[in-house]
Each structure stands twice: as structure tokens, then as C-alpha cells.
Design a binder for this molecule. Structure first.
Ligand SMILES: Nc1nc2c(ncn2[C@@H]2O[C@H](COP(=O)(O)OP(=O)(O)OP(=O)(O)O)[C@@H](O)[C@H]2O)c(=O)[nH]1
Ligand SMILES: [Mg+2]
Length: 231
């Protein structure tokens, strides 16, 4: 199946090239970096490493992901993989993420940092707590067991379109997980490794980022609850 990668990135000039270079080029059709109005040279660095660079002026993790999805429409994409641009994930592990979809055993494969090997201090306490709280709520409302809200994930492109993703910020990951559960997709969690990011933290490494992300994630969960258990 044709596999494309979408990397939302904001000010990741130091790491983006490494992320791109560690993705195994033999199994990937296209790497799309969505430069979300960076004030550094993220776009240039990504293009230099061979990625397709899209520019998105409106800030937001989900906005950037949606831009990548729009770009892939009509391009015969089979699997899309999402990945962060800070080099915390191990891009070479993409092989394990896409295999279960290639074999048509699963529709959505989520990389769990909680189940995987982590460098000490790479996954902040607040991220762990956030995953446990969000995971418990999802289990309560939709009877699905997730251990993490990690960014590294693979999904069949046609299934992703079915989800009609909307979130523009950091509710993006949890929205995908809830909607996939509601639609009864074949979902698999596999362990992925995680290390400390390169460059400056913007979300869970900062107080403001953690607060904002927590509010948005909880809001996303409750919106889906209000919408009812079925889509
Ligand atoms: N599109 C977009 N991406 C963003 C924005 N802010 C952060 N990101 C990206 O989202 C990803 C996650 O941000 P990080 O700062 O690594 O947040 P984190 O992983 O919670 O925290 P760390 O532990 O510091 O890695 C990175 O790839 C960032 O480039 C934004 O406003 N727009
Ligand atoms: Mg990070």
C-alpha cells in the first residue's frame, strides 16, 4: 500500500532533518512536513532533506494535520502515518506501525510510549497522567483500552477520511482515537520507543502548554460524549 507521512512542525529546524532522514525511504511514497508558520528555518531544512513542504499560516497542531490530509486527497494514498517533528519518536519504527495495516489485520495502529522503551525524563509526568485520565474516560464511555495519546500512529487513509476529523489543536490525537473506537475500527496499540526531544518544548514541557492541552483534550472527550455514543 502507498504510505505517506505527515509531520506537523512548528520551529523544529534542529530536528526535522533527522526525523526525515531516519524514515526508511524504500517503503514511503512521500513525506509531508506542514510548516506551521515557523519563525526559524523549519521549512528550508525539511525541503533540503527531501520532504514536500506545505505552509500553513494558521497555528494549530490539528490545522496542520488537516492541511496534510487535504493535500493527500486524490493521490491514491493507502496508509498515512503521523509523526512529530522533534525527534522524540524513532522514525525507523514506522515499519512496525504499518505492518498490521499492510496485512489487513488492523485499520489503525497507535504507537504507545507507555508500553515502549523510554529515555529517562522523555515522557513528562503530566503526559503520563494525561494519558491515564484520558484513557480511563475513553474506557468508561466507549469501552476501549488505550494506554497513550502518542503522536506516532498509522491509519488507513480511507478510514481516516471516514472519521471526518475536525480538531484544530491538541485534541487531534484523542479525537482520532475516540472516533475510531466509535466506528469500531480494528485498532491495535504497539510499543514505540521515545527519547528526549531536540530543541525547545512547546506543549507538555511548559506549564501553559500542558494546561492548554489538558483543557482541549478534556473538552474533546466531552464533546464526543455529548454527541452520543454513536456517530
Ligand atoms: N502544527 C503545529 N505544530 C506544533 C505547534 N506547537 C507544537 N507543534 C508540534 O507538535 C509536536 C509536539 O510538540 P512538542 O513541543 O514536542 O510537545 P510535547 O511532545 O508535548 O513536549 P516535549 O516533551 O517537549 O516533546 C512537535 O512536532 C511540534 O513541532 C503548533 O502550534 N502547530
Ligand atoms: Mg515532543
Amino acid at each position: 500500500m502507498k504510505t505517506s507521512v505527515i509531520i506537523p512542525a512548528f520551529n523544529e529546524e534542529k530536528s526535522i532533518g533527522k526525523v526525515i532522514n531516519d524514515l526508511p525511504s524504500n517503503i514511503i511514497s512521500e513525506i509531508i512536513v506542514v510548516d506551521n508558520n515557523s519563525t526559524d528555518n523549519t521549512g528550508k531544512a525539511a525541503a533540503k532533506s527531501g520532504a514536500t513542504v506545505l505552509f500553513e499560516g494558521t497555528k494549530g497542531y490539528g490545522v496542520a494535520c488537516l492541511k496534510g490530509i487535504e493535500y493527500l486527497k486524490g493521490k491514491n494514498c493507502g496508509i498515512v502515518v503521523f509523526l512529530d517533528g522533534d525527534y522524540s519518536d524513532y522514525p525507523e519504527e514506522i515499519i512496525e506501525l504499518i505492518k498490521p495495516i499492510e496485512y489487513n489485520q488492523f485499520d489503525f495502529v497507535l504507537g504507545s510510549r507507555v508500553l515502549g522503551k523510554r529515555e529517562k525524563g522523555s515522557l513528562p509526568f503530566q503526559s503520563r497522567i494525561g494519558s491515564v485520565v484520558a484513557g480511563s474516560l475513553m474506557n468508561l464511555f466507549w469501552h476501549i483500552k488505550y494506554t497513550d495519546l502518542g503522536p506516532f500512529r498509522a491509519i488507513r487513509f480511507d478510514k481516516l477520511i471516514e472519521l471526518n476529523m475536525k480538531d484544530k489543536w491538541f485534541g487531534w490525537t484523542v479525537e482520532m482515537q475516540i472516533k475510531a473506537a466509535k466506528k469500531k475500527f480494528r485498532i491495535l496499540e504497539i510499543p514505540v520507543s521515545y527519547r528526549k526531544r531536540i530543541g525547545e518544548s512547546k506543549v507538555t514541557g511548559t506549564l501553559k502548554g500542558t494546561f492548554m492541552a489538558s483543557v482541549i483534550i478534556l473538552k474533546t472527550i466531552f464533546i464526543e460524549v455529548i454527541k452520543g455514543r454513536k456517530l
